[in-house]
Design a protein around this ligand. Structure first.
Ligand SMILES: [Cu+2]
Length: 158
């Protein structure tokens, strides 16, 4: 299936003019009906010289939004909640499948590809940003690992 088209995110950022953190290409993972959880991803860029942390998030589509990280423990990908996602001065941090993400726990509705959901980010400097983010098909961590292995095989054959 062609995933390229889904890369064209419908970005409708309504960031505050005072926000020091720039949010780029935010999106949420489409999940089939009945799935209790999903996740949101994006790129965060700290445009100030001082450290700012993403300290919490919320969305009307889920009961809770938690900040999560993935760690690889002996080849097993594990997910854990982190208290914050720290952006050093002028640092850019990627939230992406298999890495840092915003976990949407206790979904109140289906997340359907092509739709838009709200997401609010709260930062340690007291600023917050309300985003409308698009829902896209995202491969699961498992799918990614399979693809990775496949690519390695291909490289060896060349
Ligand atoms: Cu998670």
């Amino acid at each position: 299936m062609n995933k390229v088209i889904t890369l064209i995110a419908a970005l409708t950022l309504s960031a505050s003019a005072f926000a020091e953190v720039k949010v780029d290409q935010p999106y949420a993972r489409a999940v089939p009906p009945g799935q209790p959880n999903s996740a949101a991803f994006m790129s965060l860029k700290n445009n100030s010289d001082t450290e700012i942390s993403l300290i919490s998030a919320s969305s009307s589509v889920s009961k809770v939004a938690e900040l999560h990280a993935h760690t690889n423990e002996n080849g097993v990908m594990k997910m854990r909640q982190v208290p914050q996602i720290t952006l050093k001065g002028n640092q850019q941090v990627e939230l992406k499948p298999g890495g840092l993400h915003i976990m949407l726990i206790g979904l109140k509705q289906n997340l359907v590809k092509g739709e838009t959901i709200d997401l609010r980010l709260n930062f340690s400097d007291g600023s917050s940003e309300s985003l409308d983010i698009s829902v896209k098909d995202v491969m699961s961590g498992m799918g990614q690992m399979k693809m990775h292995n496949g690519m390695q095989k291909k490289a060896q054959n060349q």
